[in-house]
Write a protein that binds this ligand. Structure first.
Ligand code: ABF
Length: 228
């Protein structure tokens, strides 16, 4: 199975298994989710489902609009039946690194409002320990004025290297959908207690959210190398 086939397989399987009629659906971000939305659009057309879609980013909002699905928001739909989203890495305890695409804040808000949070991923995301496969570090969304002190504090607390994300080297910083910057923390210790780290990082003034999703993912649908 190619990488794209694995993404598509995981996405279609999750939509078929978890999207029931008349549900409120949280739409994640990233390339795997594109296949989930395509599958949902097919099912809405053929099965006449009434699904209201809550986006997790500008990208996913555009995807919902492009496929002529019903767009909703948390103000009117604060409780979501199921959210399907991608991940950058998933460890053996289903702790996730997310935010490679810079959408971690809205993704975490939407996931936290969901009765069921399902992650779809291809075989390259499946790890024993965080950092085994994904080498770009843990994304951390920060208020722009605070990025340097936050960088210094994380490095002093936990070591490693904390880099300001730029779209292109020497260019300006990546700005999130919420007007913030992203730091990528390349950690060295893979045996940290990620729940504690997540809480600890969020206590640093200026940190808005981290890309660590601990005990949030209930179901993982993986596209494996072999056809199953
Ligand atoms: C988002 O998309 C993320 O949080 C993660 O960064 C990414 C996974 O992307 P892809 O499906 O493109 O591999 O959900």
């Amino acid at each position: 199975m190619s990488l794209e086939e694995a993404k598509q397989f995981a996405a279609r399987r999750a939509v078929d298994e978890y999207i029931k009629k008349d549900c409120i659906f949280g739409v994640g971000s990233g390339s795997t989710v594109v296949y989930a939305v395509q599958r949902l659009a097919e099912r809405v057309e053929t099965e006449k489902l009434k699904v209201t879609c809550i986006p997790t980013s500008f990208q996913s909002k555009q995807l919902i609009i492009k496929h002529k699905l019903t767009l909703g928001e948390l103000e009117t739909h604060p409780v979501i039946d199921v959210t399907i989203d991608g991940a950058d890495e998933v460890d053996a305890e289903m702790t996730l690194i997310k935010g490679g695409g810079g959408c971690l804040l809205q993704e975490k808000i939407v996931a936290s409002c969901s009765k069921k949070f399902v992650v779809i991923a291809d075989y390259t995301k499946d790890s024993v320990k965080l950092g085994d496969r994904y080498k770009k570090g843990i994304p951390i969304e920060v208020v722009p004025m605070a990025y340097v002190p936050v960088q210094n504090k994380i490095q002093a607390l936990y070591g490693g290297e904390v880099k300001l994300r730029k779209a292109v080297a020497k260019a300006g910083p990546v700005v999130t959908d919420n007007g913030n910057f992203i730091l990528d923390w390349i950690f060295t210790d893979q045996d940290l207690r990620w729940d504690k780290v997540d809480n600890h990082l969020k206590m640093i003034p200026g940190v808005v959210e981290t890309g660590l999703f601990v005990r949030m993912c209930e179901k993982l649908t993986l596209g494996s190398l072999k056809v199953t």
